[in-house]
Design a protein around this ligand. Structure first.
Ligand SMILES: Nc1ncnc2c1ncn2[C@@H]1O[C@H](COP(=O)(O)OP(=O)(O)OP(=O)(O)O)[C@@H](O)[C@H]1O
Ligand SMILES: [Mg+2]
Length: 271
């Protein structure tokens, strides 16, 4: 079963009928890490929102099909979409503060997700502790009693990654998850995200402006420009020999094309 299959997706703005996404194909296979890169405004976040059935009301899908683990999401009602998001597809946003509830403890929020995933109540605390511990968060039991504003940005983002994988989804969409973080913790959060994806076998759609990160951790890359995928292929090939002018332009922004790999799991390597 393919975790995420988007074919021929076109999205336009209702007000002026401007096309924002055109004829986009994007597939994520089990265990695969797919990078989605492109300049600001090229349509990366819209693609992720559409894939999770969360397109803003100002926009409309005018063509294409989106299937999550084989289920077409078009036509699903709000409840079915919520269930899908709890169990099969998760989205992690750039800003962890807005994604976490300010009024409920981390433990309560983890508990909700594990409940939705069908984990019996008695097993939830231990399971939540393990998931947080997997994210290198020290003293998970104490952390679960705390609230989002009591955590650092890097800790919040790691909690969100733990939550995104808690229900064993088929695919996780990570939209600029390291951008808002301090440079010193970016590599660590990225390593944990990639490690978690490799270990879980879930597919990961990794949306990023960080081309170095995309090069070092993705199996495949899609390059977007003005709502279209202008190039796609194995990451090593796209980064070594970008074929389209848009991809060449984008990759020219990489400080050096032969940088040593960061301390990240190599694409395709065993966890
Ligand atoms: N709610 C909305 N209403 C109207 N237009 C929108 C809306 N959301 C996005 N757009 C437009 O859709 C286009 C694509 O936006 P999107 O957020 O997908 O870009 P992006 O590639 O994620 O950019 P960035 O790298 O800056 O996050 C932009 O032109 C944007 O202005
Ligand atoms: Mg975006």
């Amino acid at each position: 079963m393919i975790p995420l299959a988007i074919t021929g997706l076109s999205i336009r703005r209702r007000s002026d009928r401007r096309m924002l996404i055109e004829d986009l194909d994007c597939t994520v296979h089990p265990g695969e890490i797919v990078g989605l890169v492109g300049q600001s405004g090229s349509g990366k976040s819209l693609t992720a929102l559409a894939a999770t059935g969360m397109l803003p009301a100002a926009l409309e899908q005018v063509a294409g099909r989106i299937a999550v683990t084989g289920t077409p999401i078009d036509g699903l009602g709000p409840k079915a979409l919520r269930d899908l998001r709890r169990r099969r597809i998760s989205l992690i946003f750039q800003d962890p503060m807005t994604a976490l509830s300010p009024t409920r403890s981390i433990g309560a929020q983890m508990g909700d997700i594990l409940a939705a995933a069908g984990i019996p109540r008695a097993d939830r605390p231990a399971r939540a502790c393990r998931l947080l511990g997997d994210m290198d968060l020290p003293d998970p039991a104490a952390l679960m009693r705390r609230f989002a504003h009591q955590l650092s940005g890097g800790q919040r983002q790691r909690v969100l990654i733990a939550m995104a994988f808690a229900g064993s989804p088929a695919v996780v969409l990570a939209d600029e998850v390291t951008t808002a973080l301090d440079v010193s913790v970016r590599a660590q959060v990225l390593r944990l995200l990639v490690g978690r994806a490799r270990q879980s076998g879930s597919g990961l759609l990794f949306i990023t402006h960080d081309l170095g990160a995309a090069r070092s951790c993705c199996d495949r890359v899609l390059v977007m420009a003005e709502g279209r995928v202008v190039e796609s292929g194995p990451a090593v090939e796209v980064f070594a020999r970008p074929a389209s002018p848009e991809a060449r332009h984008l990759l020219a922004a990489l400080p050096e094309r032969s940088a040593p790999r960061q301390m990240l799991p190599v694409a395709g390597a065993e966890p």
